[in-house]
Design a protein around this ligand. Structure first.
Ligand code: GSH
Length: 254
């Protein structure tokens, strides 16, 4: 199965930054896919039926089921035209890219997500306006009355409190500083001259604190966000690493 086979199906929570990572890699590789979007928790039914675990994204292509964003990027990349490839051929260079990708997946992704959920906690309006792109209409209706219960469940599941959200913001800032330090020598991308999976992963996972306008589904912009959250988003957008991620969305996403 490849770029010319029947379209693959990508199961998502549409606003999820790991799902954005998968969409970006698939589109970059020119792989046709249909997105099946679901709300948090309801996604588990679709994921299990598809043969995944608990989380999205899950990509189903014929008999193949890929249940992790890194696996999806890797698989898509093997089918990409040479000038769109995300992993260098040189094994040492590829190991550096994969090491950065793993670090962003395991730290930036969860910490950015926790900070965002905490900041949007009391904004059912934004959850309904922005969290439901492409989900079945009945799921949107469920969200409008089940929001308080859902958000309490997410708080427990992701251990979201004011203290953990503050720790997560500090982790995001530490990652941004490390990325800025890498770029400080003037290199165009995180691992040198080429745009790689490290750049794509950083930009996609930083989106939860940057809200890039080019994201695969619409995201709330600072003027719509709670004031405290908006000021952090504005500050991180101006940070050298934030500016870099936004530039990758502008230059490489479409
Ligand atoms: N390592 C996974 C992480 C994906 C992940 O954490 N997905 C979240 C959405 S942002 C999810 O599905 N959470 C729902 C759950 O855990 O039930 C990947 O890279 O695909």
């Amino acid at each position: 199965m490849g770029a010319s086979g029947p379209p693959c199906v990508l199961i998502t929570i549409p606003i999820s930054h790991y799902c954005e990572k998968a969409r970006w890699a698939l589109e970059r590789a020119g792989i046709a896919y249909r997105e099946r979007a679901h709300l948090q928790l309801i996604h588990r039914v679709a994921v299990r039926r598809a043969g995944g675990g608990r989380t999205v994204p899950v990509l189903v292509c014929g008999d193949r089921v890929l249940a992790d964003s890194a696996e999806i990027v890797d698989w898509a990349d093997a089918l990409a035209p040479p000038d769109r490839r995300l992993y260098p051929d040189d094994p040492v260079a590829a190991a550096e890219v994969r090491g950065l990708e793993r670090d962003f997946d395991s730290r930036l992704g969860p910490h950015g997500r926790r900070w965002t959920y905490h900041g949007l906690h009391d904004r059912r309006d934004l959850a309904i306006d922005y969290g439901c792109t492409g989900v079945p209409p009945w799921e949107r209706r469920v969200l409008s009355f089940a929001y308080p219960a859902l958000i309490r469940g997410i708080d427990r599941y992701l251990d979201i409190t004011p203290a953990t959200a503050a720790q997560s913001e500090a982790e995001v800032r530490a990652t941004f500083d490390a990325v800025a330090a890498r770029l400080d020598d003037g290199r165009p991308h995180l691992c040198g001259e080429r745009f790689t999976a490290a750049d794509l992963t950083f930009a996609a996972l930083a989106a939860s604190v940057l809200m890039p306008p080019e994201y695969g589904v619409p995201l709330p912009q600072p003027e719509e966000l709670p004031a405290a959250m908006a000021s952090v988003v504005r500050e991180l957008r101006a940070h050298p690493a934030g500016a870099y991620a936004l530039a990758m969305f502008r230059d490489q996403r479409r």
